[in-house]
Design a protein around this ligand. Structure first.
Ligand SMILES: Nc1ncnc2c1ncn2[C@@H]1O[C@H](COP(=O)(O)OP(=O)(O)OP(=O)(O)O)[C@@H](O)[C@H]1O
Ligand SMILES: [Mg+2]
Length: 266
């Protein structure tokens, strides 16, 4: 299978390597992501998940190792790679309407294209379930709706690769499930490659084809797990599948480790 993203022995040290304040975020992480694959990265807080995603996005250099996109070294934000942040409230422009937020990535398009692109963006807004809200401002819609706007804006950039950093952690449990299904539908329709960082084991199992598990410090890649659950995934059916529960059990045990047992016997 060809790979779209390749990480080969990637390490990241914050601060000057060898200096007293040098901080090893993670060491020797190797991972491949195939075109149109959905990969989740899970790991304990502070293990370097966001750092790894920012390196894949070309927003920050690795200290050593190779990061390749379509076989070419990443040395800055590549075309077609879109990053969806956790905090939609900070990523949307409060002074722009929903439609103008979604159109933002297309701002540099020629004037003659604008009417066509506007229609396309209205289509994305419809795809995320916000038809009729085009002229509202972010502060006039709920948090879950704001995250939908951020997703529509990501689609407007026509991503080959969508990187998602804990994108649903600021919304309530029910909205979170709706957004997970929405992202799966959009992924199926638009066939982009998805890499999602999450601390939520069930979210990872529900969404992904493959899960990369990062370890506690010193962080390395502890495990790669093929999910193999049938698609399309359904919140009720999939979450009751014995294979789902067994993967959840395995991941919870490895991430919680001794903490789970200590609490259970307390
Ligand atoms: N700009 C920075 N300068 C120095 N150290 C940093 C910087 N950014 C992150 N770190 C350190 O690197 C480690 C990994 O941070 P990162 O944000 O990647 O973790 P994470 O797995 O995304 O955590 P969380 O689950 O809490 O979001 C942390 O210990 C953090 O303190
Ligand atoms: Mg993070």
């Amino acid at each position: 299978m060809s790979s779209q993203i390749q990480l080969k022995n990637v390490s990241k040290v914050y601060g000057k390597p060898g200096s007293p304040d040098a901080y090893l975020a993670f060491d020797a992480v190797s991972l491949t992501v195939a075109p149109s694959e959905f990969v989740a990265i899970v790991g304990p807080s502070g293990c370097g998940k966001s750092t790894l995603l920012r390196i894949i996005a070309g927003l920050m250099p690795q200290t050593s190792g190779d990061v390749l996109l379509d076989g070419r070294a990443v040395d800055g934000p590549p075309e077609g790679v879109v990053y969806l942040f956790q905090q939609y409230s900070k990523s949307l422009f409060a002074w722009r309407t929903v439609l103008d937020n979604v159109m933002f990535p297309l701002e540099s398009a020629p004037r003659s294209e604008r009417a066509r692109l506007r229609e396309r963006c209205i289509g994305y807004i419809r795809q995320v379930g916000l038809a009729g809200f085009e002229n509202k401002y972010p502060w006039q819609i709920s948090g879950g709706m704001q995250q939908r706007v951020a997703i529509a804006r990501a689609l407007a950039a026509n991503p080959r690769v969508l990187l998602l950093d804990e994108p649903f952690s600021a919304v309530d449990a029910l909205t979170r499930m709706e957004l997970q299904s929405l992202v799966l539908d959009l992924w199926r329709e638009n066939r982009f490659t998805a890499v999602l960082v999450t601390h939520d084991v069930e979210e990872a199992v529900f969404l992904a084809d493959k899960i990369a598990v990062l370890s506690h410090r010193p962080t390395t890649l502890a495990e790669e797990i093929e999910v193999g659950l049938p698609r399309p995934r359904d919140h009720i059916v999939t979450r009751e599948d014995p294979a789902f529960l067994s993967l959840r059990h395995h991941l919870m045990s490895s991430l919680l480790g001794d903490h789970a047992r200590t609490r259970a016997h307390a």
